[in-house]
Design a protein around this ligand. Structure first.
Ligand code: FES
Length: 100
């Protein structure tokens, strides 16, 4: 299973950033000191989620305002939507994402 190191040193709590991990666009979010990695493209029409808004633990796509819970990736609006979640490992302060 390929592991990719994400250079997230400058990601502040409450921020999100996108990374290329072997051709996969990954959205990394940091909330309450915890990191989560999701697919970078909106499941609706593939707009980069990093161009949207991240506030109150909610990721909002800029295109049509679909919303996702940043802690789980589950859709808030619509509830049927969901972001693909990528497992993370933190080794000596470095963040690695597993991309299958
Ligand atoms: Fe994200 Fe439509 S592309 S809500």
């Amino acid at each position: 299973m390929p592991l990719f190191r994400l250079c997230a040193d400058e990601l502040w709590d409450g921020e999100m950033e996108s990374f290329d991990a072997g051709g996969e666009e990954i959205l990394l979010v940091k909330l309450d000191g915890e990191y989560c990695a999701y697919q970078g493209a909106c499941p609706h029409q593939s707009t980069p989620l990093v161009e949207g808004d991240f506030a109150g633990g909610v990721i909002t796509c800029r295109a049509h305002l679909w919303q996702f819970d940043a802690r789980t990736g589950r859709g808030i609006n619509p509830q049927s939507a969901c972001l693909k979640h990528y497992p993370l490992r933190i080794v000596e302060g470095d963040i690695y994402v597993e991309v299958t």
